[in-house]
Design a protein around this ligand. Structure first.
Ligand code: GLN
Length: 273
């Protein structure tokens, strides 16, 4: 794409090739302007450096890179999160898991978030419930680094632990376990489409039938939950019945699924035996 130095902000915006919202986001990012600044400074002219910066950003988007990675940010649960290609981009669907966790968490509850990635779930819970003691784990040091930054910038107190599922937390007990684990089956066509192509595969797929991470969590959580403590997991659009069955086989009670905004059973949980 050719961006002309010397053009006004307004002329530039009108000539960008993406959807209007994406044009605006990249223009704000390249020029260091807010949405309001884009209007109040619409007659300002663009420098060579700004033109080159913007052209590079637009080029990345035209190659399919998610806008959240290009600008390095995504809003989730009303909070601002830093994201890089080391972490899954937080999805609006996952706000359902946060809502359910908040609704079921006892006072001063200890929560464990397994596979925290950007820290979105853990930070949203800790930010909303100052009484909660939130622990978040991930196997990826790069993800934990991002999660730490997100906890700090959002003023949320979260304890971060590097752990391959339950490996590094033996002997610890919690009042609730939450997770948005990798649940897409190996070879699923979605993995080679859209934003998912750019996201860490370890955050998306278990490289198996899609249920293996959910099985590990369901089998292991009773050893780390107080009796009656909730396990709440996000899963794929067609996995709710299988996840309920796994929970029942492991003796969980009050097993239930909840629908996301699209009407899809997206979160399933139960209380530990
Ligand atoms: N919800 C994501 C998607 O399908 C997948 C996230 C995950 O595997 N945990 O785009």
């Amino acid at each position: 794409m050719d961006v002309k130095a010397g053009a006004t902000v307004a002329a530039l915006q009108a000539g960008l090739p993406l959807e209007p919202l994406e044009n605006r986001i990249l223009l704000c990012h390249a020029l260091g302007l807010t949405r309001v600044g884009l209007i109040t400074q619409s007659e300002r002219t663009i420098t060579d450096t700004e033109a080159a910066t913007l052209a590079a950003l637009v080029e990345r988007r035209l190659h399919g890179e998610p806008i959240a990675y290009i600008v390095g940010r995504r809003e989730f649960f009303g909070l601002d999160f830093r994201v890089t290609s080391a972490v899954l981009i937080p999805r609006p669907d996952t706000e359902l898991l946060v809502e359910l966790a908040l609704a079921h968490l006892p006072q001063q509850g200890r929560v464990l978030d397994m596979g925290t990635g950007s820290g979105a779930i853990a930070v949203a819970i800790a930010h909303t419930r100052r009484d909660a003691q939130v622990t978040a784990l991930d196997v990826s040091p790069a993800a934990l680094d991002i999660a730490r930054q997100n906890a700090v910038t959002n003023g949320a107190r979260v304890r971060l632990v590097q752990s391959d599922w339950f490996a590094a937390i033996s002997g610890e007990r919690f009042d609730m376990v939450v997770s948005n684990p990798p649940y897409i089956a190996k070879g699923d066509a979605h993995l080679s489409q859209g934003d998912l192509r750019f996201e860490p595969s370890g955050a998306l797929t278990d490289h198996a039938d899609g249920l293996s991470a959910l099985r590990i969590i369901i089998a292991g959580a009773p050893g780390h939950l107080e009796p009656g403590g909730w396990l709440l997991m996000e899963h794929g659009y067609d996995q709710a019945a299988q996840v309920r069955q796994l929970l029942e086989e492991h003796g969980y009670v009050d097993v239930a699924s909840w629908r996301d905004l699209a009407g899809i059973e997206r979160v399933t949980g139960g209380r530990a035996p």
